[in-house]
Design a protein around this ligand. Sequence first.
Ligand SMILES: NC(=O)c1ccc[n+]([C@@H]2O[C@H](COP(=O)([O-])OP(=O)(O)OC[C@H]3O[C@@H](n4cnc5c(N)ncnc54)[C@H](OP(=O)(O)O)[C@@H]3O)[C@@H](O)[C@H]2O)c1
Length: 251
Amino acid sequence: MSDTIAILTGASRGIGAAMARSLAKPGTRLITLARREDPELAAYARSQDVQLEQLSVDLSDVQAAESTAERICAALPRDAKRYLLINNAGTVHPVARTDALTDGAAITAAVNLNITAVMLLTARFLAAVTGLQADRRVLSISSGAGRNPTAGWGVYCATKAALDMHARVVKAEQGADGVRIVALAPGIVDTDMQATLRASDPASFPAVARFQDLHATGKLTSPAHVASRLLAYLDREDFGTTEIDDIRNYD
Ligand SMILES: NC(=O)c1ccc[n+]([C@@H]2O[C@H](COP(=O)([O-])OP(=O)(O)OC[C@H]3O[C@@H](n4cnc5c(N)ncnc54)[C@H](OP(=O)(O)O)[C@@H]3O)[C@@H](O)[C@H]2O)c1
């Protein structure tokens, strides 16, 4: 029997990869989803005697997301003490001014990954853990971009705002005794996503110089540091009380 069952998306790189390492503790069964598997995580999990299942899935493919969510949640054992779903996978593509957001396929892929897959996974998770007397928590990794507009990030800002509202609706439906949820912004973190942003065309992303400067002056947080703070937040006694939050509120 596992004490904790944790489902984590976007575990192959960045913040998710760092969270996966911290979650991989004896007593935890960890299920990860990303397009690529992480052989180092597999070796680490073996060394920690952790049950790990890495699922290769493109979460921007709605059918693949739907069937994977259904398969994982239908097979969840019902005797764990704790059930966690961490919706972390996300993309900042396409970076473009709203008058140049003409690539429907790119917009659809981002919407599918950043919000549709989150809704599908959360739905199956909620259905699977309803009625269990266990501790049940959903953490959706949001962004300050969902709360404040940034020129060039029309799709990203809109999807993260949607993620926040999704968390509010889940909370409204679940009530005091139900599954707890928080949409949590992680701050500015030194990952591939930031590298992509720094390489953006200033015509598409006018604040690019500020992001290059933050990186050059060592202002980005490391994925490992942020991951430990996000997971400490996930353990908080009052988790879910504030369903829209920012880890920088606790600096
Ligand atoms: N970095 C920041 O400064 C920052 C700030 C605010 C919020 N965030 C949020 O934090 C979360 C993690 O960001 P990060 O910076 O760690 O990003 P990252 O380094 O770009 O990693 C993204 C993760 O998502 C997975 N992913 C991307 N596309 C996918 C797809 N189509 N299907 C399945 N998995 C996919 C990637 O794995 P594969 O490529 O193997 O699929 C990877 O594991 C995101 O939700 C992001 O919006 C980040």
